[in-house]
Design a protein around this ligand. Structure first.
Ligand code: ADP
Ligand code: 5GP
Length: 192
């Protein structure tokens, strides 16, 4: 059986990563989404085991110490990490796996698995990013401000990614990421 491929999707908060990933999963049954672990509290509507595994700091540290995380990072006041076992299992089973993680995590993954593909989701402008974070209505003003501040540093990392996709028109952005995934799937890796 052909192994699946690992895709990493990053971009500033509010760029549309979650929305795009959801659409990709609806379109293609050969894609699996890696559910991250976080110490952040759930937003309204977020579901345990679907959006994240919500854990406390002790549980997070335990998994980290036991080598259970493929990568991890601290973002603002919380820890986020990718459970290792599920991701590697899906790849062996032939699924293409998406990690929606920040750039610190993305570069850790690339160091460990050079065969992965890094895709950066770029907002059309900072003004639009601000409008989307506000429109989502899930953060307090203070947290929104901090997320926007982080965004500038994140956008500066885009040039280190394999691809940058501007999420202006949602359908077009989803189609572009889909196309990249299809093309990259056909690239035979020397590591396989
Ligand atoms: P992220 O996961 O990158 O933080 P989300 O997927 O939560 O971002 O999107 C942030 C907000 O922007 C959501 O309310 C979403 O519906 C909206 N959004 C996403 N893509 C677009 C787009 N192309 N045009 C307008 N609004 C969008
Ligand atoms: P949010 O709180 O908006 O869900 O996520 C905040 C940031 O953490 C986003 O940039 C998101 O991509 C990133 N993130 C989510 N899960 C992980 C993870 O498992 N690892 C890392 N390194 N970043 C993550």
């Amino acid at each position: 059986m052909t192994r699946g491929k690992l895709f990493v999707i990053s971009g500033p908060s509010g760029a549309g990563k979650g929305t795009i990933c959801k659409r990709l999963l609806e379109k293609d049954s050969n894609i699996r989404f890696s559910v991250s672990m976080t110490t952040r509290l759930p937003r309204e509507g977020e579901v345990e085991g679907v959006d994240y595994y919500f854990v406390d700091k002790t549980e997070f540290e335990q998994l980290l110490i036991n080598g259970g995380l493929l990568e991890h990072n601290r973002y603002l006041d919380n820890f986020y990490g990718t459970p290792r076992k599920q991701v590697l299992g899906w790849i062996e089973e032939g699924y293409n796996v998406i990690l929606e993680i920040d750039y610190h995590g993305a570069f850790q993954v690339r160091d460990a698995y050079p065969d992965c593909v890094l895709i950066f989701i770029m907002p059309p402008s900072i003004e639009e990013l601000e409008a989307r974070i506000t429109g989502r209505g899930t953060e307090t003003e203070e947290v929104r401000e901090r997320r926007l501040k982080e965004a500038l540093g994140e956008i500066a990392q885009a040039e280190k990614y394999d691809y940058t996709v501007v999420n202006d028109n949602l359908d077009a952005a989803v189609d572009r990421v889909s196309q990249i995934m299809k093309e990259e799937q056909n690239v035979i890796s020397i590591n396989q």
